[in-house]
Design a protein around this ligand. Structure first.
Ligand SMILES: Cc1ncc(COP(=O)(O)O)c(C=O)c1O
Length: 439
């Protein structure tokens, strides 16, 4: 239990609190700091929990592989790993096509897709439903493309009819670019339905699956996607710095006829190297070895088990937040790896996150742009389980109270766990019966 302090002492205490860096020293070398001054909750040796929508915590199995010594990226031992990784990646992406590893964060793969598939002057449709939709537009403009934006209010998903109408109105549009999961809002777009529309036309469907791949189903070939890409630091349980990209047969057709827009990203040359078990330039060797291990973990019990876990974590998070009396930011069409929630008016969201991290060791993300301080984004992706999310809900509740917020039902953790258990019994993606959660 923490000390009970009058409000003014809390304020003095807040001013005395150490920076994040100093806090790190408290954790690792508690003797460097005089902890007796503070609320004991603050300075217990909390386990740090990373509940952000990437990067995510790493499993021990992966960390141990990442720690191995270097091997050469043009020699046999490495090319053998590359071949293993390739087979597993094709399962993850649900494709018979090669999945290219690129030495770049996710934005690198987005850049590679735009520069490799479209030539300056071509017209594309961008779904702008958040920060990462805007990124597609910015990259496309850099490539000299003509862009049309389908703007969707943040927190909502685009609907497939809107895409169909836009494509029917303009036959010059040669690509639709969107996110599977828009990480700035926590929305899941109906990519499967959009694929039914684009596969019938001469229009490439390019999907940023950075916060969706390995978290919710997205079988590329079945859904008719022309490009699916992701990054290492989310569903794949790896550090940042590696991205993965696959093209459909017709997208490869186009890519081979498109003079690459940049030197570093050259998709046909990457594919030719992949056939030899290599990458075009020096490979991110450790990340690829780590990927081999994390893919084993994801595939060991089948992807269905991974998606079932993600769905159950999503239900847990949403039920807990709702029980706390908070309003979910994405009411429907929500992602399975991130949940965003409105903060009550008058509560300083930046301060809420600071308290949650400093006093409870839970690091969550805030809103971006106009949502800064107004929403909290809880990542439940990567090496995160139910107990981490319970810690996150508790930290959020306490931080809200400290910042003048309120708390809803006192049994919010029970309600969250009930939703989790019920979700695990049901079918991923299917709504839970309200009555069951409360019974
Ligand atoms: C959906 C989405 N797209 C793109 C990015 C950018 O990826 P990176 O920061 O790895 O370049 C992110 C990162 O959070 C993302 O979530």
């Amino acid at each position: 239990m923490g000390n009970v302090l009058p409000n003014n002492s809390r304020e003095q205490q807040r001013k005395k609190q150490p920076s994040e860096l100093q806090f790190y020293f408290v954790i690792t070398k508690s003797y460097t700091y005089d902890i007796t001054d503070y609320d004991t909750e603050t300075f217990m040796l909390n386990k740090m929990r990373l509940l952000t929508p990437g990067p995510t915590p790493l499993p021990e199995r992966v960390r141990l592989v990442l720690a191995r010594d270097m091997i050469h990226h043009r020699k046999k031992a490495f090319t053998a790993i590359m071949r293993e990784v390739q087979q597993k990646l094709q399962k993850l992406f649900g494709t018979a096509q090669p999945v290219l590893p690129l030495s770049a964060s996710g934005t690198g793969a987005m850049t590679a897709a735009v520069h490799g598939l479209f030539t300056p002057g071509e017209k594309i449709l961008v779904v702008e439903a958040g920060k990462f939709g805007q990124r597609w537009r910015d990259i496309a403009i850099t490539r000299g493309l003509e862009t049309v934006s389908l703007e969707v209010p943040w927190g909502q998903a685009v609907n497939a009819e809107q895409i169909e109408a836009a494509l029917s109105a303009d036959a010059r549009i040669k690509g639709v670019l969107l996110q599977l999961s828009e990480t700035s809002t926590g929305v899941l777009h109906p990519v499967q339905e959009i694929g039914r529309i684009t596969r019938e036309r001469d229009v490439l469907l390019v999907v940023d699956g950075i916060s969706g791949v390995g978290l919710s189903p997205c079988p590329m070939d079945d859904w008719g996607l022309d490009c699916l890409l992701t990054g290492s630091q989310k569903g794949l349980m790896l550090p940042p710095g590696l991205s993965l990209l696959a093209l459909s047969a017709r997208a490869w057709n186009k890519a081979t006829q498109t003079p690459s827009g940049c030197f570093y990203f050259n998709l046909p040359k990457e594919r030719a190297n992949l056939e030899k078990g290599q990458t075009l330039f020096t490979s991110p060797v450790n990340l690829l070895m780590g990927l081999n291990e994390s893919l084993d973990m994801l595939l060991e019990n089948g992807l269905e088990a991974v998606y079932a876990k993600q769905w159950a974590l999503t239900m847990l998070t949403r039920a807990g937040l709702t029980a706390l009396g908070l309003e979910l930011f994405a009411p429907d069409h929500f992602a399975w790896g991130i949940t965003s929630v409105h903060l009550p008016d008058g509560v300083d969201g930046v301060e809420v996150l600071r308290i949650a991290q400093q006093q409870y060791g839970v690091c969550m993300a805030g809103g971006q742009d106009h949502l800064k301080g107004r929403i909290v984004r809880i990542g439940h992706m990567g090496w995160v389980d139910w107990s981490d999310i319970l810690a996150g809900l508790y930290a959020l509740d306490r931080a809200l109270l400290i910042n003048g917020g309120y708390s809803g039902a006192r049994d919010y953790l029970e309600q969250a766990m009930a939703a989790y258990r019920i979700a695990l019994l049901g079918k991923p993606g299917e709504a839970l019966p309200e009555a069951l959660i409360r019974s």
